[in-house]
Write a protein that binds this ligand. Structure first.
Ligand SMILES: Nc1ncnc2c1ncn2[C@@H]1O[C@H](COP(=O)(O)OP(=O)(O)OP(=O)(O)O)[C@@H](O)[C@H]1O
Length: 377
């Protein structure tokens, strides 16, 4: 029988990731001590990043499971401790580098993250529903995905993703809750009891900047921004803060919605941002006999795509049409997006197909930026 050693237990713990930071706890300085008794009982001391860490029982379970698997271990006891200020500073430094001022990682040259700003001309067209479904679908495809809910007027993303978790703060870093494998930050997480937020342009700009810079997003393949409806200041802020962000326009087939969506897109002309495409939502309702009832008319998405193509002088495709389906709303209310809870429904299929078109990693096989890009950027 092989002898039970501290290094064997440590090797097992190296496979335990912190649930929020998603890096091995051994690399994060979270293992305080490993003590092995003669009878095979292993005592493990673990440093939590903050007292009252919401993940404490999850971390304790993961550590117990990993250690229990080591041959020769008879029992595992985990003692939770909390990092000192110095340890937290050290952790922040190891994750963030030494820079005193947090920077927006997505605005740095060579950033590997594709940033999609989801915009619509008016409210209620399903922008948030589209955002959470694209995010969940891309994450299910193995991409590392984040969502920033910047829709201060109707921050519905946490509910649609089924989480009411609050972010943990380590030093000045905000750890986003993770739901359906998507890292999530919403203004709703920073307000009391869903109180409406009345913020003017400069405050919004500051909030957005903070969420982009202070949140520990990790190495994202894709970040989706759920913007407030309209062509307001926030679209300009996005362009200033992340010049490489691309725009996805969500509209309904209704002509009026199409007109406002176009205005939302027109701002991209001024800010020189790329419009990746148009998504038409609420396109039709499928009746039990299989016929389609076009409740909001027809052709809006096609018209917006054609007009934006003309205005931008570059192809702006209609990426897909998502039918009206009560299952979309129910899935949102229940906190599991339809792409996961009903992937074979017409709406789930349409949203998954759009997500597939957008799931293009910037990073190459060696983690380096490729000089060619299938989407022609
Ligand atoms: N394809 C669809 N079928 C059925 N219901 C839908 C569909 N898309 C969205 N909905 C429902 O419509 C309502 C509005 O959607 P959502 O909140 O996503 O819109 P929004 O454009 O983000 O609105 P706002 O920006 O004003 O908050 C929600 O109740 C949502 O569940």
């Amino acid at each position: 029988m092989t002898e039970l050693t501290e290094s064997a237990v440590r090797a097992a713990l190296a496979r335990v990731d912190d649930p929020e930071i998603r890096k091995p706890i051994t690399e994060l300085g979270m293992v305080r001590n490993i003590t092995i008794a003669d009878d095979g009982t292993v005592d493990i001391g673990i440093y939590l990043t903050v007292a009252g860490c919401p993940m404490r029982s999850e971390i304790s379970d993961r550590v117990t499971r990993a250690a229990a698997d080591v041959p020769g271990v008879a029992a595992v006891r985990v003692e939770l401790d909390v990092m000192s200020d110095e340890q937290r500073t050290e952790l922040r430094r190891s994750l963030r580098g030494d820079s005193a001022d947090p920077v927006i990682p997505f605005a740095q040259p060579g950033s590997m993250t594709r940033v999609y700003a989801v915009a619509s001309g008016k409210g209620g067209v399903g922008k948030s529903s589209v955002t959470v479904n694209l995010a969940a679908s891309m994450a299910a495809r193995g991409l590392s995905v984040g969502v920033l809910d910047a829709d201060i007027y109707g921050h519905s993303v946490p509910r649609m993703m089924g989480t009411d978790a609050r972010p943990t703060q380590v030093e000045k870093m905000i750890m986003p809750p993770i739901s359906h494998d998507v890292r999530l930050i919403s203004i709703a997480m920073f307000t009391n009891n869903n109180a409406p937020v009345v913020w003017r342009g400069p405050m919004l700009h500051r909030a957005l900047q903070q969420f982009l810079a202070d949140v520990f997003w990790g190495d994202l393949d894709v970040l989706l921004l759920d913007l407030p409806p309209g062509t307001g200041d926030i679209a300009i802020s996005v362009a200033q803060l992340i010049p490489g962000a691309e725009i996805l326009v969500v509209t309904t087939p209704q002509q009026a919605a199409a007109e406002v969506a176009e205005r939302a897109g027109a701002i991209a002309l001024q800010t020189r941002q790329r419009i990746t495409g148009v998504i038409e939502n609420m396109s039709w309702l499928e009746l039990p006999d299989g016929t389609r009832m076009e409740i909001f008319g027809a052709g809006g998405g096609e018209a917006v795509a054609a007009n934006l193509t003309r205005a931008m002088g570059a192809d702006v495709p209609l990426l897909g049409q998502v039918p009206l389906d009560t299952a979309v709303r129910e899935a949102g209310d229940e906190g599991t997006p339809i792409v996961l809870s009903g992937p074979d429904t017409p709406a789930g299929t349409a949203l998954n197909a759009i997500a597939e078109k957008l799931s293009i990693r910037k990073r190459g096989l060696a983690g380096m930026s490729l000089s060619i890009d299938p989407a022609g950027r």
